[in-house]
Design a protein around this ligand. Structure first.
Ligand SMILES: NC(=O)C1=CN([C@@H]2O[C@H](COP(=O)(O)OP(=O)(O)OC[C@H]3O[C@@H](n4cnc5c(N)ncnc54)[C@H](OP(=O)(O)O)[C@@H]3O)[C@@H](O)[C@H]2O)[C@@H](O)CC1
Ligand SMILES: [K+]
Length: 502
């Protein structure tokens, strides 16, 4: 599991070490230079003779970058520092000059020719404009003028420089992953001590590239902020049946989905649940689910978890009433419920955290607006983390907000950001499959969910991970359909469990 800590926690961990005189910046710069050299060797076969361009802001992030530049210059790299403030980090600047680096001040406005030439000829650009000290509003001043040219260079297929973000892509909201202005997009981000929420939260996570963590000796105390589940976590979370388990122990999922207009949503949600290995699916509705899946039992009965809402239309009073009953049972009987799509407007004012909402950005905006906050889809997309939290706080539910990075928020600080699927996964019906997979893992672990209110969040992240990986497995590098994603779930689970499911 990748854990992150917010800016205050990282600074608190640095503080006692700095008081004792620990050379944190030297450690950071050494690690940074090491990784830049490794990348240069990989890209061009040698470190010596490469051209590194440093984008230098006014704080210690610029200091790290200048010191790393000095170390690279000593290894035969031609280093040019583009300084965007009158007084960049003094020791770093002196070190770079002593090592033979060149310094070019960047004025406000149009970039002078030498600055453009330096960028044009770079093998690697180190983005050291802003790190932990970035304040909301995006990069301001002369540094802002470097962001667009960098994007142009990166756009040159195969010919642009490598971009390495120092600690963080400059200008991202460290704790909430927002991008208030244009942000330099990195191939690799080298961070120091511990990852921070912006490294995993959207939209900032899209500018991070590969994440490298350099150990500078920090001892992070207190709870982490946002987590990202990794493949190795699946074994601990996935409900694997025991040799003696019968179908009721493995979990029965009740599905309330589909309508005359959207019968396919019911078939897909049921596919997701079946392929994830649930003991049984009971289906309530008129869609041709049993014809598609003969193993499904039609009609009511005991279940361990519900999936309600995929393909349920606003005028379908019968399905809406069934969905409402299932959500009510979550409060009275404790059965977990996945509430998706057409059932999201049926929530009572407050629900327990084993009710898991699975909206996309537009649906989350509608839900928050219905509860008195004027929120647009664009607002949610600009700050998914903040809005998923607001939805959790407003409803009590665990919230899984779907997107290129899926964000999950539950009670007691439970929080996940999953980026497991390819862009191809943004296809009709994929969300129905996800709802089914999530219903299956909630049913399989219903007893544990009853004992741990934070577990639904972990299981929601787990479902997102398996769903995303199934999309990769369904057709590596190419388009997928929702049905193909569902079909790829069993082999994906088997591979992630590494043969433990006997
Ligand atoms: N602490 C440590 O020991 C260690 C820290 N380390 C490193 O230090 C970094 C944190 O350094 P930091 O605190 O100096 O902040 P940093 O990110 O360089 O920015 C501050 C500068 O930016 C400016 N500024 C702010 N917002 C702005 C904006 N939107 N647009 C433009 N400018 C803006 C602000 O100016 P102001 O607005 O205050 O006038 C100030 O000049 C951290 O990320 C890591 O790399 C490592 O060496 C390990 C040890
Ligand atoms: K940076």
């Amino acid at each position: 599991m990748l854990l992150t800590w917010d800016a205050a926690a990282v600074r608190a961990a640095e503080e006692p070490l700095l008081r004792d005189g620990a050379p944190l910046m030297a450690r950071a710069a050494t690690g940074l230079a090491h990784h830049v050299a490794r990348l240069l060797r990989g890209a061009r076969g040698a470190v010596r003779g490469a051209h590194a361009v440093l984008l230098v802001g006014g704080g210690n992030n610029g200091g790290d970058t200048l010191h790393a530049g000095a170390l690279l210059a000593r290894r035969g790299v031609r280093v040019t520092a583009l300084t965007t403030v009158a007084h960049p980090h003094a020791e770093g600047l002196a070190a770079l000059r002593t090592a033979g680096g060149r310094v070019l001040p960047v004025p406000d406005g149009d970039l002078p020719a030498p600055v453009r030439d330096a960028l044009d000829g770079a093998d690697v650009v180190l983005d050291g404009l802003l790190g932990l000290g970035a304040r909301r509003g995006g990069v301001r001043g002369p540094g802002a003028g470097l962001v667009a040219p960098l994007a142009d260079l990166r756009g040159r297929a195969g010919a642009g420089p490598l971009v390495v973000a120092v600690d963080l892509p400059s200008g991202v909201g460290v704790d909430d992953g927002t991008c208030a202005g244009p942000v330099p997009v990195a191939d690799v981000t080298v961070t120091f001590g511990a990852p921070q929420p912006a490294h995993v939260l959207p939209p900032a996570a899209g500018a991070v590239g590969d994440l490298v963590v350099v150990d500078i000796g920090l001892d992070l105390a207190g709870p982490p902020a946002v987590a990202r589940l990794e493949a190795a976590d699946v074994v601990d979370l996935w409900p694997v049946p025991s040799a003696s388990g019968h179908k009721y122990v493995r979990g029965v999922v009740g599905v309330v989905a589909g309508s005359a207009a959207y019968p396919g949503a019911a078939v897909l949600a049921t596919s997701g649940a079946l392929r994830a290995g649930v003991g049984m699916v009971r289906y309530l509705g008129d869609a041709p689910v049993v014809a598609a899946h003969p193993e499904v039992v039609a009609g009511p009965g005991r279940v361990q978890a519900w999936v309600v809402g995929p393909g349920v239309g606003p005028d379908d009073d019968v399905q809406r009433s069934r969905a409402r009953d299932a959500v009510a049972r979550a409060g009275s009987h404790g059965e977990p419920v996945v509430v998706d799509a057409g059932a999201l407007d049926l929530l009572p004012p407050h629900v327990p955290p084993h009710v898991v909402l699975t909206p996309h950005a537009g649906e989350l905006a509608t839900l928050l607006t219905a509860r008195g906050a004027a929120v647009s889809r664009a607002d949610v997309e600009a700050s998914p983390w903040e809005h998923a939290r607001r939805a959790h706080e407003a409803t009590g539910a665990t919230v899984l907000l779907k997107g290129p990075v899926t964000v999950v928020v539950g009670p007691h600080g439970a929080a996940y950001a999953q980026a497991d699927g390819p862009p191809w996964l943004a296809t009709a019906g994929a969300g129905d499959v996800l709802a089914g997979v999530l219903g299956a893992v909630l049913a399989g672990r219903a007893a544990d969910v009853a004992a741990d209110p934070t577990l639904p969040a972990a299981l929601a992240a787990l479902a997102a991970l398996v769903h995303g990986r199934a999309a990769h497995a369904a057709n590596p590098g190419g388009p997928v359909t929702a049905s193909a994603v569902a079909d790829a779930v069993p082999a994906t689970v088997a591979a992630l469990l590494g043969g433990t499911a006997r």
